[in-house]
Design a protein around this ligand. Structure first.
Ligand code: SF4
Ligand code: MG
Length: 345
């Protein structure tokens, strides 16, 4: 079984009045063993909520989450505990997850002790090995989290997460709280560890450059749902969904030399697509429970929207090659419109 299998995940909250906040509204995705899947979207798209539901920090209101084939969605806390070693979350702000009273060595040792995986000398040498693997000098072992830099703290939380050899690492914006100069080194570390250790990774971010660097596959979220899913290279070279096209058009085109080094032709310079308006609120009228909304969620901002987009929700279709997309205007053979060139309406 894959490291992670999410099917029809729903997380609704009661909203103001008789409304429903559809934070996550029918998300399905799979992370293979040893695969990195990037989950991207603007803030408020529901991507963090997906991560929280996966690690059971939040309770979904529908759907299932399987980790290594085990349905963890409705397991009691007690039955979940022994499985906890299979999945870990690395947060944006590691200071919130690191106990300020504990030394670095104890923080990293704790999961090994909890799951009875090592003790005594074996424990000490395992902790030393983990610190080395994440690039922390041995003398930092006795420091407390507040005595470390942000980058070092994030390395500690990565060491802690990997101490128990998880099947799945959920990384929610692991670098966005760090200085730009440190971000690349933490991303490189994650990439190296992932290659060596082979854990599956759900990498949640709004940083498209980071996701292009790290992910094998990318799922794009908009307002509680995944609108497009494809292998990273395909998504970056030929985005099909108008929202993905708009997102990618805002990414600076790499330097022509970089582009050639990657085997591509020098950048053509994609036309930038400017979306008007903010991400609409995920608050929907009526306390509805599961049924799809009756329109495309992107229609208020989509440069290509037609009448049908306002009256019918696009189906989530799988195109030849396994790519998934939810847009009325993408043909079954994968022919897609270009949001940079809307036809006059
Ligand atoms: Fe745009 Fe319509 Fe496609 Fe939605 S279904 S993305 S509104 S063209
Ligand atoms: Mg978030």
């Amino acid at each position: 079984p894959p490291a992670l299998e999410v099917r029809g995940l729903v997380r609704h909250f009661p909203g103001p009045g008789r409304s429903t906040v559809r934070a996550v509204d029918g998300v399905s995705l799979t992370v293979g063993r040893g695969e990195v899947v990037g989950l991207v979207g603007e803030s408020g798209s529901g991507k963090s909520t997906v991560g929280q539901c996966v690690v059971r920090l939040d309770e979904p209101t529908g759907g299932t989450v399987r980790i290594g084939g085990v349905d963890v969605t409705r397991l009691s806390r007690r039955r979940l505990r022994p499985l906890r070693k299979d999945f870990h979350l690395v947060y944006q702000d590691p200071s919130a997850s690191l106990d300020p009273r504990m030394s670095v060595a104890r923080i990293v040792a704790e999961p090994l002790v909890l799951h009875r995986l090592a003790r005594g000398d074996a424990l000490r040498s395992r902790v030393a090995e983990l610190l080395e693997q994440v690039g922390l000098r041995p003398e930092l072992a006795e420091r407390r989290p507040h005595e470390l830099s942000g980058g070092q703290r994030q390395r500690v939380s990565i060491a802690r997460a990997l101490a128990v050899d998880p099947l799945l690492l959920v990384a929610d914006e692991p670098t966005s709280a760090l200085d730009v100069s440190v971000q690349a080194s933490v991303l490189n570390l994650l990439a190296d560890l992932q290659r060596d250790r082979g854990f599956g990774c759900l990498f949640i971010t709004h940083d498209l450059a980071a996701v292009e660097f790290l992910a094998d596959r990318i799922a794009v979220m908009y307002l509680g749902e995944i609108v497009e899913q494809a292998p990273a290279a395909e998504l970056f070279t030929a985005p099909k969904h108008p929202y993905t096209q708009a997102l990618l058009s805002a990414v600076p085109v790499p330097d022509p030399a970089v582009q050639r080094a990657r085997g591509g032709s020098p950048a053509e310079g994609r036309g930038r697509i400017v979306l008007h308006g903010d991400l609409p609120s995920p608050v929907f009228p009526r306390t509805s429970t599961g049924q799809a909304v009756g329109y495309c969620r992107f229609h208020t901002r989509c440069p290509l929207a037609v009448e049908r987009c306002r009256t019918e929700a696009p189906e989530h279709r799988t195109l030849p090659g396994g790519r998934q997309v939810a847009c009325h205007l993408v043909e079954d053979d994968g022919t897609a419109p270009d949001a940079a060139r809307p036809r006059p309406r």
